[in-house]
Design a protein. Structure first.
Lengths: 582, 175
């Protein structure tokens, strides 16, 4: 069957099972938008290409399927760099199609030409410039295979305009052909049996073990296996920022989030542990603090599908390269075998009572609203959380609001927390929430945003209104770049430099209304609940609540950058008893 | 120029556009140092072999190879121990020759088994191939006479046959 490259591209995407893509057309990608009219694929027309990328990410976060974005060449491709890098850092499966100037014009500095493959090389798992229409189906198949296999990540296919316009004889490469075309791509998914046995021995012998769980658990769809492992071994779990929801916060074994703004118990659990069982976690600097002082007495079992993560930051005693779900299942078997063979579990009761002591003494804490005083952001979050319908997906931007959301929300289900962890992309939440809602239209989706973040990508609310994607946005508006303000207050002698955003401008209610949303402003504590109830009752358009919150509020606990976890700063009232964490 | 802190990686890659840029970009991005680099098509059609001499003071070799392995087009990496591999490099040098030194330089070239490629009135161009250490010595000795221009290729290497068992193929292709 003869068809154009454009038709082959769209057909290839259909063959890959794409149901929706996010994009914005332009000169070089124009030919691909014509067959799209006749395609089963839904296209969400964004207002800025960065939005398309983050939407694809949000979609991938909640569905586990690769998010797809399609944009044109030049500035559109450069606008895609941030989402690609974000997806790369957080291992999000994503496929991006970019238009390129015709093959005959490549290298001539043609209109809207840029070296897309060169620019995106270091922010994609792989990218490819396709020079013939005949090469398109294989390039698309490779892009999806690479994005979703092994450690997931973003891929990019760059397609010159004439490649879209010229004709080809349709063919669809077989699995074997795709495999043969990628001789260097053979991810190892099954853990080494000897290493798994070693790990089981360490687990049985540990007196102070902790399951240190990262985003890889979610990528591997391993939440159930993790729960079985934790319950069988009765070992407590900390969930990193990327793994919130991978283990239920309501579970008695869940200690919550460790790290720079983690809770004191989760931080201390890692610090005092004698065995870290790291599952799909990468010892990020936000978790370890100063590496040389991190978990000094702990042996480390490190399970990760990416061999390069083994020993990158902390040398593991038992490295296991493999898919987290498969490895955990094997680990469970190996531990059972050991115990049935007569091995005796070390006594962990002293450790458990220490943990529960810490939890009692060091709960998350903020000073509640005083009558007539400014609204506390944590209070808004608590009411949002308690009023949220079951299964609500929370999507955050980056900064104080993100940390509070992660701290105060109770995540009891995987894939209900979407955020930008590695890259820390301000402006992530609104478009990512839209993508998440497209992926899970049955769920309520709350974007928790800051006023700084919101102003970076708010225009995508027009997309949400027009496309009838009714997300909800709660802006914790303190008229500051709040996290920067916090650092300047604490570490720069309260010298506030370029962090004050106008409290009057923009008018978030009017702005939201102009974009087709319902806008609500909340100034005082008693207005919070009615506003949330109203927002939750609206399902035919996006809603934005502008919570005017106390700018002086800071995120605690906090491990100052470059310091060790034992230097954690706790809420004032808990500081006198901090030594108990030793 | 000693090889003590250097390791040789022989990297088999798919011969496709941009592969060298990916490899070079990875080294730059992760702050690893390349000491020398040589690329050419390998024995199998469709593949190239990149011989990279890595300055392992910049990062642990293990981390470098693992990151390299994550490149989709990298098919195989062998780490060659300098003591258990054969290494060769090519040097071209144009050297000033005054009448009184001409004989000495020619003699030097003969001792090192170099070839005279071009002869001018005041300079000659010599080629020398061999172990990089030998090239180092030659270069040092020529230096005394005044080197006008010098170009070295960077080393290429293969495992010594009788010791082939000692070649360590780096395990664990990345996902």
């Amino acid at each position: 069957m003869k068809m154009t490259g454009a038709q082959a591209l769209i057909k290839s995407l259909e063959m890959e099972g794409v149901e929706v893509m996010f994009g914005l057309p332009g000169g070089c990608i124009l030919p691909a938008y014509d067959p799209l009219l006749d395609s089963s694929i839904r296209h969400v027309l964004v207002r800025h290409e960065q939005g398309a990328g983050h939407m694809a990410e949000g979609y991938a976060h909640v569905t586990g399927r690769p998010g797809v974005a399609m944009v044109t060449s030049g500035p559109a491709a450069t606008n895609m760099v941030t989402p690609l890098c974000d997806a790369y850092m957080d291992s999000i499966p994503m496929v991006c199609i970019t238009g390129q100037v015709p093959t005959t014009a490549i290298g001539t500095d043609a209109f809207q030409e840029c070296d897309t493959v060169g620019i995106t090389r270091s922010v994609t798992k792989h990218n490819e410039l396709v020079m013939t229409p005949q090469g398109l189906p294989l390039a698309v198949r490779q892009a999806f295979r690479i994005a979703t296999t092994g450690r997931p990540g973003p891929t990019l296919v760059d397609v010159p305009k004439d490649v879209l316009q010229n004709t080809m004889e349709w063919y669809w490469p077989t699995d074997a052909e795709v495999n043969d075309s990628l001789p260097g791509f053979r991810p190892n998914i099954k853990g080494h049996p000897r290493m798994i046995k070693e790990a089981a021995k360490l687990i049985v012998a540990a007196e102070r073990p902790v399951l240190y769980v990262g985003g890889g658990i979610l990528k591997a769809r391993a939440a159930e296996a993790l729960r079985e492992l934790a319950e069988m071994t009765d070992i407590h779990v900390v969930t990193t920022l990327m793994a919130r929801g991978a283990f239920p916060d309501s579970h008695p074994l869940c200690l919550g989030m460790p790290g720079m703004h983690g809770n004191a118990t989760a931080i201390a659990a890692l610090q005092r542990s004698d065995l870290l069982i790291a599952l799909g976690a990468r010892f990020d600097d936000r978790i370890t603090g100063k590496v040389s002082t991190f978990a000094p007495d702990a042996k480390v079992i490190h399970v990760d599908i990416d061999p390069a993560e083994q020993g990158k930051v902390r040398r593991p005693d038992v490295p296991i390269v493999g898919d987290c779900r498969l490895v955990i299942e094997e680990l469970i078997r190996a531990i059972r075998d050991l115990l049935q063979g007569g091995a005796v579990r070390a006594d962990t009761s002293a450790w458990k009572s220490r943990l529960s002591g810490w939890r009692e003494q060091f709960p998350l804490h903020y000073e509640p609203n005083e009558a007539g005083e400014a609204l506390k952001p944590q209070f808004c979050l608590e009411l949002l959380r308690d009023s949220a319908p079951e299964g609500t997906v929370v999507v955050s931007g980056v900064g104080q609001h993100q940390m509070w959301a992660s701290q105060y929300w109770k995540f009891d289900e995987p894939y209900t927390w979407v955020n930008s962890g590695g890259l820390g992309t301000m402006g992530f939440s609104v478009p990512a929430a839209i993508g998440a809602k497209v992926g899970r239209p049955d769920r309520t989706v709350w974007a928790i945003d800051g006023d700084g973040c919101f102003q970076m990508t708010a225009q995508e609310l027009v997309t949400a209104s027009v496309e009838r994607i009714p997300i909800k946005v709660g802006i914790l508006n303190n008229s500051y770049l709040g996290m920067v303000r916090q650092w300047q207050e604490m570490f720069y002698d309260e010298r506030y430099s370029e962090v004050y955003l106008s409290p009057e401008l923009p008018d978030f209610v009017k702005w939201s209304e102009a974009m087709g949303c319902v806008g609500i402003r909340v100034d005082s504590p008693e207005e919070v609940q009615p506003a949330i109830d109203k927002a939750n009752s609206i399902d035919d358009r996006p809603v934005v609540i502008d919570f005017r919150v106390d700018a002086r509020e800071k995120v605690f606990p906090m491990v100052p950058a470059g310091m060790g976890n034992d230097d954690v700063i706790l809420p004032e009232s808990q500081m006198p008893r901090k030594d108990a964490l030793r | 120029m000693s090889t003590i802190n250097h390791h040789i990686l022989s990297v088999l890659v798919q011969n496709r556009p941009g592969v060298l840029a990916r490899v070079a970009g990875l080294f730059a991005r992760r702050d690893y140092n390349i000491f020398s680099l040589a690329v050419a098509p390998a024995e199998d059609e469709g593949f190239s072999r990149i011989t990279i001499v890595v300055d392992v003071d910049s990062a642990p070799l293990e981390q470098i190879t693992k990151q390299l392995f994550k490149l989709i087009e990298v098919v195989k990496i062998s780490e060659l121990d300098p003591h258990r591999s054969v290494e060769r490099e090519l040097l071209l040098a144009t050297v000033k020759v005054s009448p009184e030194h001409r004989g000495q330089i020619l003699e030097l070239a003969t001792i090192f088994e170099g070839k005279i490629l071009a002869v001018g009135l005041e300079a000659i161009t010599i080629s020398l191939d061999g172990h990089p250490d030998k090239l180092d010595d030659f270069e040092e000795l020529l230096g005394g006479y005044g080197i006008v221009e010098l170009q070295r290729t960077g080393r290429v290497a293969l495992p010594k046959l009788e010791r082939e068992a000692r070649v360590r193929a780096v395990k664990g292709k990345a996902g």
